[in-house]
Design a protein around this ligand. Sequence first.
Ligand SMILES: Nc1ncnc2c1ncn2[C@@H]1O[C@H](COP(=O)(O)OP(=O)(O)OP(=O)(O)O)[C@@H](O)[C@H]1O
Length: 233
Amino acid sequence: MEESLLQFQGISKSYGSKKALRDVTFDIGAGKIVGLLGTNGSGKTTLMKIAAGLIRPSQGTASVAGIPVGLSTKAIVSFMPDRPLTESWMKVSDALEFSRDFYADFDEAKARKMLDFMNLSTRDRISSLSKGMNERLQLTLALSRNAKLYLLDEPIGGVDPVARTKILDAIVEFYSEDSSMLISTHLVRDIERIFDEVIFIRDGQVVMQDEVENIRIKHGKSVDDMFKEVFAE
Ligand SMILES: Nc1ncnc2c1ncn2[C@@H]1O[C@H](COP(=O)(O)OP(=O)(O)OP(=O)(O)O)[C@@H](O)[C@H]1O
């Protein structure tokens, strides 16, 4: 059997009386780029944060590479949150230094190569970066760790189509094939070309998990068409 890199078993999460995830079960194998697709408020960020070990589920178990989510899985999981972690007083070089001090697996040479690719300079002030450039920086910081699992929460949210293409190209270029990646988004059309598999999540429940090739062959549809069909109101 192929190695499982991320496993959710019967995960539920409530915030007070609000149920954000309901009995979520899925498995992601090694070497896969997986899209976590759902509309606003469907529970994508909650799922990512549980996988990253930042919040605890109300029920169920989550594991990364067979290890229950906790301190030791944090060392092998790189999380790009949908809101920047950097501070506005920093320069890009300060952000690199922070990541280097913080993460034993941070690869500075890779980070510098990626910054070049992204047209970012270490001298840039973070407060002066546009939203799209800031997303590029956050992605650089996340992908420059030699992690086993990358969790990217809305990496193309709120940026223009040109920046989206650049960000997707960077993901494909700098992705290492022995790791897996889970990418949440609702902008399916722009990004579906990079997915091996997709998970559809609606109202906190997984409604479908399939290989992209299956969707195209079995259903004769693009992932975007399938998404629109599943999420039609
Ligand atoms: N800290 C919180 N307290 C209370 N409710 C919350 C909290 N965080 C999320 N929720 C609710 O849980 C549900 C799932 O939220 P979540 O952020 O996981 O969804 P999402 O799919 O990431 O949405 P979006 O695409 O809008 O970011 C939403 O209804 C949200 O309002």
